[in-house]
Design a protein around this ligand. Sequence first.
Ligand code: AMP
Length: 306
Amino acid sequence: MTRKVRKRRQSLEQCIARFNMKIVNDANELHAMAKAWKAQGKTIGFTPTMGALHKGHISLVAPSLKENDISIVSIFVNPTQFNESSDLEKYPRTLDEDAALCEAAGVDIIFAPGVNDVYPEGADYSVDLPLGNMATVLEGEHRPGHFEGVIQVVKRLLEICIPDHLYMGQKDFQQFSIIQRMIDYFEMPVTLRVCPIKRAYNGLALSSRNQRLSKEGKLLGSIIYSTLCYVKENFEEKSIAEWREWAMLELTNDWSTPEYFEFSDGQTLETVHDTSKHDYIVASTAVWIDEVRLIDNMTIKQEFSN
Ligand code: AMP
């Protein structure tokens, strides 16, 4: 066991000792518990997270508590979905605070595995899922390999926790769309529930990464939300190409740099060129502020016909 792993285990053990809520780190142990609950006819709600929890994460837990007998939250910073090692290293890890928030919210189990618990050595957890362009547009274009990692970890976590309901946030629009595709493709016995984006008072979408923003960055970050709102409110006034250009300019300042601002079909993630051809359109963006990469999105049009 390396020093880093030993230190992590020690802090996990101290954390486990402090809380009434159960904190499990062994995948086999949790799977056995989940199987026993299922055998008793209990329903399981599961919320996967990477920790550094905030009110956005807790807003996913609330419906889980209402709809299920047992609610599990996983806290696992999945290395396979980071395409930059510096981003992985800088990702905030705050297990003590996370456990306190979960306990206050009424969570039954925190699953806080180590990398070896999720990916035991020698086992192959790659997933063969045909996604077409779904994984190569938007975030996929700018973070190569990211969604392969997301699919891999969510599939593995679902196999361990065997939940009836899976809770994910609209904040990661492309992520939940791809996970829904995975559930459909493998006919997995789980229902995905998507919860709305929780925002700070100024509209900045809550994110674990916001911890790395300066005070000014948190204030100025409201430009992402105001830009999305402006596009939505005035959508009829410009073409898609004009809005894209306008938003990229609006988000370009001394203190902010947009990576993309794109309009996608809400179902297929196909890039929208002609709005009349799509009933469901989502605008998504990634913007750098204070060297922190922030993502956000807003449904611009949603007209479903029977
Ligand atoms: P993360 O820990 O960033 O991987 O996020 C875990 C889950 O929480 C994902 O399903 C996210 O979409 C969701 N989430 C993150 N931020 C928010 C937010 N501001 N509002 C609602 N859900 C969120």
